[in-house]
Write a protein that binds this ligand. Structure first.
Ligand code: MD3
Ligand code: FE
Length: 201
């Protein structure tokens, strides 16, 4: 589900200020590909109890920043509101990945499958420059659709869409008043499986 202009301009500015504070506490880092060590063009940080990282050892969620060793900052209130209003899932998000794109940054087609709980949706918020988002293929190499994501837009991926291939093809220069030639995406996720009421496991 695409929700254009979910955040109005004042809300976008308020969320941006919270993200800038989070980046000051948990500096952006440049992840790299497992094994090859090829650097990502996207810079990242996280908020929440668990943050997604990628380095030579692989992809994983961890409770602390890879460079400072400190716990991740709290998830901004407007991001929590989006999860409550749009995610419709009974448990709070554990991870809020912050992706920062400059004009040259891209994200290749991939699936999000480093989480245990695929029943939970993924909620994403975009700020700054417009991007061309590609999504929809159920298999690698399958057909995709393109959609422009603009500042303030929300995207909710639930059900079968949760495992669709998706990526960011390009960032459109001069497309935002909020951030000059930069795009920030927040991705809210559940990571761990809820405990089982029957067995306590
Ligand atoms: C579709 N981020 O961090 S957000 C990612 O704009 C990621 O930074 C992109 O893909 C970005 O993994 C896209 C929208 C999004 C997030 C999760 C999805 C789309 C998704 C999971 C399944 C299908
Ligand atoms: Fe993804």
């Amino acid at each position: 589900m695409h929700v254009p202009f979910y955040l109005d301009e004042a809300e976008q500015r308020a969320l941006l200020a919270d993200i800038e504070a989070a980046i000051a506490a948990a500096p952006l880092f440049q992840p790299c590909m497992p094994r090859t060590g090829k650097p990502f063009s996207v810079k990242m940080t996280n908020c929440g109890t668990l943050g997604w990282v990628s380095d030579r050892d692989g992809y994983r969620y961890q409770p602390a920043h890879p460079e400072t060793g400190k716990p991740w900052p709290e998830i901004p209130p407007l991001a929590l509101r989006a999860w409550k209003e749009l995610g419709l899932y009974p448990r709070p998000p554990e991870a809020c990945l912050v992706n920062v794109y400059d004009l040259a940054a891209r994200m290749g087609l991939h699936q999000d499958r480093d989480e245990e709980d695929f029943a939970a949706p993924v909620v994403s918020l975009s700020l700054g420059a417009t991007c061309v988002f590609r999504f929809g293929a159920a298999t690698r190499g399958g057909k995709t659709q393109s959609l422009e994501l603009r500042s303030g837009d929300a995207l909710v991926l639930g059900g079968p869409a949760r495992l669709a291939y998706h990526g960011i093809a390009r960032i459109i220069p001069g497309s935002s008043d909020l951030l000059e030639d930069k795009r920030i995406n927040l991705t809210l996720r559940r990571v761990t499986m809820p405990p089982c009421a029957a067995t306590g496991a």
